[in-house]
Design a protein around this ligand. Structure first.
Ligand code: AMP
Length: 118
């Protein structure tokens, strides 16, 4: 997917602050961090979201990297939130599967804020 920004990052066509480059996955810092630590983990292969026939092994590879990323970022003990925005209603803005790892400060309880719907 030549027009996909995360494919471009995976291919090295645009820069990113890479945290982990390991086999089929890449982790890099979010360009607009929503906390002191905000890292994204992506598969290098393009999958639009979790429903895009992602092999179970790939899911396992991505999610098993989460605690290691947290340790590398120094938030393993303090805690962190792991988020996948999947599809339109979840406000996914980049159509390449990615997992957010966010931490570094205490967060408010709860995680879902629906927009007003009448
Ligand atoms: P989502 O809303 O779950 O699709 O999240 C997409 C995330 O990608 C947002 O947090 C953006 O700030 C982040 N993002 C977009 N472009 C880049 C980029 N070039 N490098 C790093 N993060 C990016």
């Amino acid at each position: 997917m030549s027009e996909c920004i995360f494919c471009m990052i995976a291919n090295g066509d645009i820069p990113a602050k890479v945290v982990l480059d390991e086999g089929d996955i890449l982790a890099f810092d979010d360009i607009a961090p929503q906390g002191p630590i905000h890292t994204l983990i992506i598969p290098k292969h393009h999958y639009s979201d979790m429903g895009d026939a992602v092999p179970a092994e790939m899911m396992a590879t991505i999610f098993s990297a989460v605690p290691r990323i947290a340790a590398m970022k120094g938030i393993a003990e303090s805690g962190y939130r792991v988020i996948v925005n999947n599809g339109r209603d979840a406000a996914q803005t980049v159509g390449h599967l990615h997992v957010h790892v966010i931490g570094g400060n205490p967060m408010a309880h709860g995680m879902v804020h629906f927009v007003d719907v009448d």
